[in-house]
Design a protein around this ligand. Structure first.
Ligand SMILES: [Ca+2]
Ligand SMILES: [Ca+2]
Length: 584
C-alpha cells in the first residue's frame, strides 16, 4: 500500500515544533454520526484500589455522576462533576470527576445525564501487571537478527532478518584499522521504531529507563514471566531483554579508540516488508560525541546493575565499566563530533548539537559507578539544569541516577539532588493541579513528536520526586499521565496496541503492516498527538484537527503521530511498573 518513495521521504528525526487541529470522537467511532455525544473518557486498562481515579466528561453532562456495578446494577458511588473548563491543548470544554473514593475491586460503568455510559471502569489490585509485561514484551517483538518462534510470539511469529554479522564500515566511520568497506559483526539489538535500523543515541535513554525500572522495582520484575526464549534461565527476564540490546551496543564501540558509531543502518529505509524480505547492505556510520557519551552513561549504569550477577555473567560488569571509561576518554578527546548525516545516508538522523547534557549524564553515571573525583568534577552538578528527559535531552537522567544513589554522594550533593528533584516534581504537580484536564501536558512544547513519551517522561520525573518526598500529589499526577495515554484523553483512545478498549489498529510499524495478521503487534505505544503533522504530505487521509491534543490519525502512513519507538515504550514500562509498585 505504501510506496517505497513514501518511505524514502520519511524523516525519523523526531523534531520539536508546535502549532496545531479536530479529530472528533465521531470520526473514530465505529457506530456513529457526527451528532453522537462523547462518552466519559477513562483509563481503559483500569485503576488501582488505592490510586487516584479521574474521568473526563463533555461539558454537556449533567451535574451528577454515579458509578454502577456491572451485573448487579448497584450504585456504588455518587458525586458531583467539576465545573466545565476549557483544556487549551484540545480547545474543548470538559468536566472532570474524581472518583478516588471507589476502592473496591470490580467492574463499573460511569454514568451522568446526557452522556453515554462509559467504557468499563475496572478496579483491580494488579491493574497494571499485564500492561507492564506487554509493553516490555514489545521489545522482544522488535528484536533484530532472530526468528520469533510461535511459542513465544504467537501469531506474530516471523523469520529472522537483519543478522548484521557482516556490516560495512561507511566512509564516514573509516579509521586506520578499519578502513572504508571493512566488514564487522554487530548482531542483535532492537529495531528502533517502525523501521529496521539501530541507533545508539535512542538506545541510550531506552536501555537506561528499562534498567532503572528493574533497579527501583525489582520484586515486581522478579515475579514477572515474559515468555521470551530466556524465560526460566538464570536471569530475570527484564535483564535478558535489555541484554539483547546491550550486547549489540558493545559491538558498536571501536576497540581501537573507544569511540562509538552513531548508528547501524541501511542507506535508505527498507520498504513495507517483513525483516527477512529486506535486501541491501548495512553500515556502521560516523562515530559521534552524543552516541559515545550515551553509550558511556548506559554502560556505566549497566555495570552497576549487572554487578550482583557476576556468577551468572562472569566478567560482564567489569567489561561494561571498561567500555564506559574508554568511551568517556574518546569523548574528552572529541568533544564536538556532532553527527552530520552523510549525503548517501537517508535514515533517521538523531542529530543533537547540544551536548552538555550528554556530558553531564555520562559523568554522573561514571561517578556513581567508580566514585572517582575526576568524574564528579566533570559533572559540575550545581550548574546542571533539570528537565523532562528525551533522547536528545538527558540531564533529567543524571538527576534521576544521582537521586537513586544519593547514599553514595557527599552530604551537600545529596541535599542538592533531593532539593532539585523534589522541586521539579512540585512544579509538575502544580501544573497538574491547575489543569482543566488534570494533566501535566499543558504547554505547546509538550505536544512534540512523540508527545505520549513526553507525558510518560513527565510521570517518570514525578515518580523520582515522589520517592524522595512521599508527596501524594506527585504520585497522583503520575497516575493522571498513565490515565491519559490509556484513554482519559479527548479522543477516548488507549494509545497502546492491543491494550484497552479502543486502541491503534494501524501503527506505523513495518512488521504490523506487512505480516498479514490483522491485529498489530501488541504492547507498543504510538507517538501520539503531534500538531506538527509532518507526515500530512505522505498521508492519504487528513488530520481532522490542528489542536495539539487532537492531532492524531490511526493510519500506517503516519510516522509523525502513529509510529512506535523503543524510547517511547520504555517509559511506559517504567511508569506502569512504578504505579503498580508504589500505590498503596
Ligand atoms: Ca530469564
Ligand atoms: Ca543533548
Amino acid at each position: 500500500m505504501n510506496t517505497p518513495a513514501f518511505y524514502l521521504s520519511m524523516a525519523l528525526r523526531r523534531s520539536r515544533r508546535f502549532p496545531a487541529s479536530l479529530l472528533t470522537f465521531a470520526a473514530l467511532s465505529v457506530t456513529a454520526g457526527a451528532a453522537q455525544a462523547q462518552a466519559a473518557a477513562i483509563n481503559q486498562v483500569g485503576y488501582l484500589p488505592g490510586g487516584a481515579k479521574w474521568a473526563a466528561l463533555p461539558a454537556g453532562a449533567g451535574d451528577e455522576f454515579r458509578l454502577v456495578r456491572v451485573g448487579s446494577g448497584d450504585v456504588v458511588l455518587r458525586g458531583r462533576l467539576g465545573r466545565a473548563q476549557t483544556w487549551a491543548p484540545a480547545g474543548q470544554l470538559v468536566r472532570l470527576t474524581d472518583f478516588s473514593a471507589l476502592t473496591e475491586p470490580g467492574e463499573y460503568e460511569l454514568r451522568a445525564e446526557g452522556v453515554p455510559a462509559s467504557p468499563r471502569v475496572r478496579v483491580a489490585a494488579d491493574a497494571y501487571a499485564a500492561l507492564t509485561a506487554a509493553s516490555l514484551k514489545a521489545f522482544y517483538f522488535n528484536r533484530a537478527g532472530v526468528t520469533l518462534e510461535p511459542r513465544h510470539a504467537g501469531r506474530w511469529a516471523r523469520p529472522a532478518g537483519h543478522p548484521d554479522t557482516e556490516v560495512l564500515v561507511h566512509a564516514s566511520a573509516a579509521s586506520e584499522k578499519r578502513p572504508e568497506g571493512t566488514r564487522i559483526s554487530s548482531p542483535k539489538g532492537w529495531y528502533d521504531a517502525g523501521d529496521y535500523n539501530k541507533y545508539i543515541v535512542n538506545s541510550g535513554i531506552t536501555v537506561y529507563t528499562l534498567l532503572a525500572a528493574w533497579e527501583q522495582f525489582p520484586a515486581l520484575f522478579k515475579a514477572q514471566k515474559l515468555d521470551i526464549p530466556e524465560s526460566g534461565n538464570d536471569l530475570p527476564d527484564v535483564l535478558d531483554e535489555v541484554l539483547w540490546n546491550l550486547e549489540w551496543m558493545l559491538t558498536m564501540q571501536d576497540p581501537a579508540d573507544g569511540g562509538v558509531y552513531h548508528k547501524l543502518t541501511n542507506k535508505s529505509f527498507d520498504g513495507n516488508q517483513m525483516p527477512h524480505e529486506t535486501r541491501g547492505e548495512r553500515y556502521v556510520v560516523a562515530k559521534s560525541t552524543a552516541a559515545t557519551l550515551d553509550f558511556a552513561a548506559v554502560m556505566a549504569h549497566a555495570s552497576r546493575v549487572f554487578k550482583p550477577f557476576e556468577a551468572q555473567r562472569p566478567g560482564l560488569s567489569a567489561r561494561m565499566q571498561q567500555a564506559a571509561r574508554d568511551a568517556w576518554r574518546w569523548a574528552q578527546a572529541n568533544p564536538k563530533a556532532v553527527y552530520r548525516q552523510p549525503a548517501d545516508i537517508k535514515t533517521g538522523e538523531y542529530g543533537d548539537a547540544k551536548l552538555d547534557d550528554e556530558f553531564a549524564w555520562a559523568a554522573a553515571e561514571l561517578y556513581i559507578t567508580t566514585g572517582e573525583a575526576s568524574y564528579r568534577e566533570a559533572l559540575a552538578l550545581e550548574k546542571q539544569p533539570i528537565g523532562v528527559p528525551s533522547w536528545s535531552d538527558v540531564d533529567g537522567l543524571a538527576w534521576m541516577s544521582l537521586a537513586q544513589n544519593s547514599g553514595k554522594l557527599p552530604k551537600a550533593d545529596a541535599e542538592l539532588v533531593a532539593r532539585r528533584v523534589r522541586g521539579f516534581g512540585d512544579e509538575l504537580a502544580a501544573t497538574w493541579r491547575a489543569s482543566a484536564y488534570r494533566l501535566t501536558m499543558q504547554a505547546p512544547t509538550d505536544f512534540v513528536w512523540g508527545s505520549n513519551a513526553q507525558a510518560l517522561n513527565q510521570a517518570l520525573m514525578l515518580i523520582q520526586a515522589y520517592r524522595l518526598s512521599n508527596e501524594r500529589a506527585q504520585l497522583d499526577a503520575a497516575q493522571s499521565v498513565l490515565d491519559y495515554v490509556l484513554g482519559r484523553n479527548p479522543l477516548g483512545m488507549s494509545y497502546v496496541t492491543g491494550i484497552g478498549q479502543r486502541t491503534p489498529l494501524h501503527p506505523h510499524h513495518r512488521p504490523s503492516g506487512a505480516d498479514g495478521v490483522e491485529p498489530p503487534v501488541p504492547g507498543f505505544i504510538v507517538g501520539g498527538p503531534n500538531p506538527g503533522q509532518q507526515d500530512q504530505k505522505d498521508c492519504p487521509v487528513r488530520y481532522p484537527s490542528k489542536q495539539p491534543a487532537l492531532s492524531y490519525i490511526d493510519h500506517d502512513c503516519s510516522y509523525a503521530a502513529n509510529e512506535v519507538a523503543i524510547n517511547w515504550n520504555a517509559p511506559l514500562v517504567y511508569v506502569s511498573a512504578a504505579l503498580q509498585a508504589l500505590t498503596k
